[in-house]
Design a protein around this ligand. Structure first.
Ligand SMILES: NC(=O)c1ccc[n+]([C@@H]2O[C@H](COP(=O)([O-])OP(=O)(O)OC[C@H]3O[C@@H](n4cnc5c(N)ncnc54)[C@H](OP(=O)(O)O)[C@@H]3O)[C@@H](O)[C@H]2O)c1
Length: 497
């Protein structure tokens, strides 16, 4: 399906996200011949730069962060599609010249309208940016630039329920909900998209995908990096707002949702909202038993010593911001009643890995428990979201020999080995979807709200008692030992990272 011509206007064009993710993803799309023709990018930020300087800067970024070896000839064909306009989006009057430049570019590039905005600026700018786009008349098609208007908004969408609702009001005063694409790059990962196919296109999994067969579910998003010089951003955010509210709860929704009636964006998003809404709220007296937070102390990252969080740049020496969070939730519906869902995420953990691990109930009789060797293990179905995208099913088998020795073995599927191709960047997929007008993989406001509502009691608790549920863990480990407490009353514990 060809993509209609489009002007992509990136606010925050001199920033990290543009260099590290957006431009490498666009360059990949260019090389695969997937970008619309005609197409242009107009980058906007305050730093004074010419188009040429902007292209040079992004060439270096594409070479460093691209997903495959840099191809200079392909870059030379792509770079003329990049343009830059220095502007301060909070300055009154900035949008007049900007809209003239956009219209001019469309005319020169032969783009008959269609504008996709990308808010790659700090969250405090989202609302004023949207308001300024509205006041400049850029949110509506005009004679000079007809076609669609859409906006991609980066995470985080709000910092609690109230601010998310207030931001939503400000955004929808200018754009209608179907024009708003809240990006959650986890949903653009192949393995996450494959979840729908895996669950609903195979007859064998859905009958066992429920409380009768599944004992518990663990969702882990572990990072080995620290705050990478972004301490000021992270201090006001922390792991719960940065990762749990969006990525982890969206992954949970993909695992636990009911089959949608169609693959239509809204049918899928209806089911996701329903399941998030069905997560049982935690009563105030049990909040401390449903969540453990952590903060890393000095330790090792691989074989390199690394400082503790409080010694990172732009971090307060007495900071109470969590760099790790683990939760235990249950979903109060017929499919999942009583099945715990354990979620955990952290920085400076032993390894960078994202996985969804499903532990099945044991066989009814332990016929083999008295055999001379081997240990009975649970069956696990593990979806590796990254870095080794794939799925494996762990079960036990008899090892060859005269004795009945039971050993864990695996059926596995690996994306790279099976399909040969490199796994595309989630940003490529999501940018392309937004250009197509397909919002399936972008969280709708109702699920964003459901996620904030669920976390709100925890956030209020930590606001009044910043040290509550907060423990320390050494960098390079699996997080605070106290996180095991969440498994009280449940067989098993956290999988090792
Ligand atoms: N970096 C990532 O990997 C990542 C991942 C997920 C989400 N995000 C989200 O993406 C957004 C951008 O993150 P980032 O890491 O790219 O931040 P960043 O490196 O600090 O970039 C911020 C950008 O905003 C521009 N800017 C700041 N004030 C401006 C103003 N008044 N007018 C116009 N431009 C202005 C800055 O450029 P000038 O200083 O030149 O104006 C810069 O280009 C944030 O909301 C973040 O939460 C980032």
């Amino acid at each position: 399906m060809s993509v209609p011509a489009c002007l992509l206007v990136i606010f925050g064009a001199s920033g990290d996200l543009t260099a590290r993710k957006l431009v490498p993803a666009l360059f990949d799309l260019h090389r695969e011949g997937l970008l619309p023709a005609p197409f242009a990018v107009l980058g906007i930020s305050r730093t004074p730069m010419t188009d040429e300087a902007f292209r040079d800067r992004l060439r270096t970024a594409a070479a460093e962060f691209g997903s495959s070896p840099f191809d200079p000839a392909a870059w030379d064909a792509f770079a003329p599609r990049l343009f830059y306009h220095p502007a301060d989006v909070s300055a009154p009057g900035a949008f007049g010249p900007l809209s003239t430049r956009a219209a001019d570019l469309c005319e020169k590039a032969g783009i008959p309208g269609n504008v996709l905005f990308y808010a790659a600026v700090a969250p405090k700018f989202y609302a004023p940016l949207v308001a300024a786009i509205g006041s400049a008349g850029l949110a509506e098609p005009s004679e000079a630039m007809p076609g669609y208007r859409r906006i991609i908004i980066e995470k985080p969408f709000g910092e609690n329920l109230e601010s998310a609702r207030s931001l939503a009001r400000e955004v929808t005063a200018v754009f209608r909900e179907p024009q708003v694409y809240r990006i959650d790059h986890y949903l653009g990962k192949e393995t996450v998209q494959n979840m729908l196919v895996f669950r609903f296109a195979n007859g064998i999994f859905e009958p066992i995908w429920n409380r009768n067969y599944i004992e518990h579910v663990q969702i882990t998003v572990a990072e080995s990096i620290g705050v990478e010089g972004r301490g000021d951003y992270y201090e006001g955010t922390g792991a719960v707002r940065d990762m749990v509210q969006n990525h982890l709860l969206q992954l949970l929704a993909m695992v636990a949702m009911e089959p949608p009636v169609s693959l239509d964006a809204d049918d899928i998003r209806d089911e996701k909202r329903k399941v998030l809404h069905a997560i049982e709220p935690i009563p105030p007296e049990l909040l401390g038993r449903a969540c453990v937070r952590g903060q890393y102390t000095a330790g090792m990252s691989g074989d390199k010593p690394v400082p503790g969080y409080r010694d990172e740049k732009k971090v307060a020496p007495d900071s109470r911001t969590e760099t790790f969070a683990a939760f235990r939730f249950t979903i109060g519906n017929w499919r999942w009643g009583g099945v715990p869902f354990f979620l955990r995420t952290g920085k400076r953990m032993g390894r960078a890995i994202s996985e969804i691990a499903i532990r099945f109930r044991p066989a009814p009789t332990l016929l083999f428990s008295d055999t001379p060797c081997g240990q009975m293990e649970s069956n696990w179905l593990v979806i590796n979201v990254s870095p080794d995208e794939g799925i494996y099913l762990r079960f036990v088998a008899k090892a060859p020999g005269p004795d009945v020795c039971v050993r864990p073995v695996e059926f596995s599927f690996n994306y790279r080995e099976t399909f040969g191709a490199r796994v595309p960047s989630p940003y490529s997929r999501l940018l392309l979807d937004a250009m197509h007008g397909d919002a399936t993989l972008f969280p709708r406001m109702d699920s964003v709200e459901a996620a904030w509502s669920l976390l709100e009691p925890f956030l209020s608790r930590w606001k009044s008692d910043p040290g509550a549920d907060l423990f320390s863990y050494e960098a390079g480990t699996d997080g605070p030992r106290e996180a095991e407490m969440l498994f009280e009353g449940t067989r098993g514990g956290w999988r090792s990272i």
